[in-house]
Design a protein around this ligand. Structure first.
Ligand code: FE2
Length: 512
């Protein structure tokens, strides 16, 4: 890229001197005022650092533009006067002009404010928080999943954004949906067009899809005020993804490996994830939450074997079938063992698919549950039992409904039988705006029938959108299920639908 075609912008002193040839001063002005249209975000906090994110929004001529200089700063105060860290980070076309900074040298358990400068413009001022050092007495996490832009307004994101008491937002996937307009939500119903109009399958498609989602003011605001820890589900790639393909992938979408790589690249460009150089495509990672809990984030999609066709019980039972893949499974076991040995009161598993059993005869309702991978599920259960790992909460997205479930190896076992005793709990968060599970009346009847025969399912509601607020102390977990009255209109309103508490040592969720 010839130097004459680059733009070098340096904070407030940046000038229009170096705008690319062909851009008039007037264009430069409008470019300047449009530089931060996708807001700011922070994520993957540690006690001494946090990832900061922004994107330089460009004019139509952006393809001719080289890297754009961006300055970032972190301060203790909202006016950004007590600066504690700062630096430069280019916005490069190779990364869709997204900027990610691992801002270090921070103090644990502190709120910070941050911003980016480029082209004489300042981004919105973000607020973030480092993780506490060991000795924390309380944590609060909001748990979100399944935001469908054309299907509904992100009112639930606004509810999370309104909170001032959070340490983190956990996003368990389906941050976007790859579908073409009209397949699952459409641009006509409430006027939210999921560009591109066709199905997202190329790098350019995924980037544009993220850009549209991130144009939403509620999503921008929740990112602006809270750090996120995210992991993907299938729709950041294609419906019902497995390691070698997806239900929603065929010859028309080209080579699978190319599509998966494009989806991953756009995901890590647009989300404030700390990437590990040389690690390839890896999203599983863990966080030590103030010595109160260890948060273990799992990728159950890109690593799993292909789903078994319903009814093929012989293949379903295959002892080598994997959900996490060998490397991630070994890592999970190591993390759980270490967490227990080091005495963390709680282990939190952030992941996508329902872990608890629903089918006494081992015939999963759908292959997209851990029950669809019985050998993999059994290996986890056996490990938990063998290592005496307790006080674990599985945090699950994907189901577009709210669940509180006690997890036992055999919840239908005789009372008093060892394998009938719960060893963990599971909290499923409702969708932000995807159609709730019970929007389909037939599914509603079917699932409620299943629930009637599943005494370990303490709560199931599939009528509304919302999120879960998880409050953690040394002695108990508390899950509050918040719902919004509608996603068909833009509304700032929520209510608490349920509260469940798990006392440490009990492995049982109790309505409170
Ligand atoms: Fe979803």
């Amino acid at each position: 890229m010839a130097t004459s075609r680059r733009i070098f912008l340096r904070g407030a002193v940046a000038s229009a001197l170096a705008w690319p040839l062909g851009l008039h001063a007037q264009d430069a002005g409008s470019l300047s005022s449009r530089l931060f249209q996708h807001g700011v975000a922070s994520g993957d906090p540690l006690p001494d650092r946090v990832m900061l994110w922004t994107r330089i929004t460009s004019p139509p001529t952006r393809s001719a533009i080289g890297p754009i200089a961006v300055r970032w700063l972190v301060a203790e105060d909202e006016k950004l006067s007590r600066i504690v860290a700062q630096g430069d980070a280019p916005a490069a076309p190779e990364r869709d002009f997204t900027v990610k900074v691992d801002a270090g040298g921070l103090r644990p358990g502190r709120q910070y404010f941050y911003a980016f400068d480029a082209g004489g413009q300042r981004s919105p001022i973000g607020r973030t928080k480092t993780l506490p050092a060991d000795g924390a007495t309380r944590l609060r996490l909001a748990i979100a999943s399944c935001a469908n832009y054309p299907a509904g307004y992100f009112n639930a994101y606004r509810g999370i954004a309104n909170r001032t008491d959070l340490d983190l937002v956990l996003h368990l996937g389906d941050y976007i949906y790859e579908f073409a307009d009209g397949v699952y939500g459409d641009s006509q119903s409430i006027g939210r067009a999921p560009l591109p109009a066709g199905e997202a399958s190329t790098l350019a498609d995924y980037r544009l899809r993220y850009a549209i989602y991130r144009s939403d003011p509620d999503l921008q605001e929740v990112h602006r005020v809270h750090p996120f820890v995210v992991v993907w589900d299938d729709h950041e790639i294609a419906n019902d993804t497995w390691s070698g393909g997806a239900q929603n992938h065929g010859a028309a979408q080209g080579d699978w490996a190319t599509r998966l790589a494009a989806a991953y690249r756009a995901y890590v460009e647009w989300l404030p994830i700390r990437e590990t150089p040389g690690a390839g495509m890896r999203l599983y990672r863990d966080f030590r939450l103030g010595g109160l809990a260890d948060l273990i984030m799992l990728d159950t999609r890109s690593t799993r074997d292909r789903q078994v066709v319903t009814g093929n019980l012989a293949e379903l039972a295959g002892p080598r079938r994997t959900l996490l893949g060998a490397a991630q499974e070994a890592w999970l076991f190591d993390r759980l063992r270490t967490s227990t040995r080091e005495g963390a009161p709680w282990r939190l598993l952030g992941q996508q698919m329902l872990f608890a059993a629903l089918s006494p005869k081992g015939q999963p309702l759908t292959p997209d549950l851990w029950e669809g991978y019985p050998a993999a599920r059994r290996r986890v259960l056996d490990f938990l039992a063998a290592e005496k790992i307790r006080d674990m909460a599985v945090l699950t997205g994907d189901l577009h409904s709210s669940w509180a479930v006690d997890v036992a190896p055999n919840p239908w076992g005789a009372a008093g039988a060892p394998d009938a005793q719960p060893i963990a709990v599971e909290v499923v968060t409702p969708a932000i705006s995807s159609p709730p599970l019970f929007a389909d009346a037939a599914f509603r009847a079917h699932v409620l029938q299943v629930r009637a025969g599943a005494p370990h399912v303490k709560y199931l509601s599939g009528d509304a959108n919302g999120y879960v607020l998880l409050d953690v102390t040394r002695d108990r977990l508390q899950a509050d299920y918040f719902v919004v009255p509608t996603v068909r209109t833009h509304l700032d309103m929520e209510s608490r639908a349920a509260r469940f508490i798990c006392e440490r040592g009990s492995a049982r969720l109790v309505s409170a």
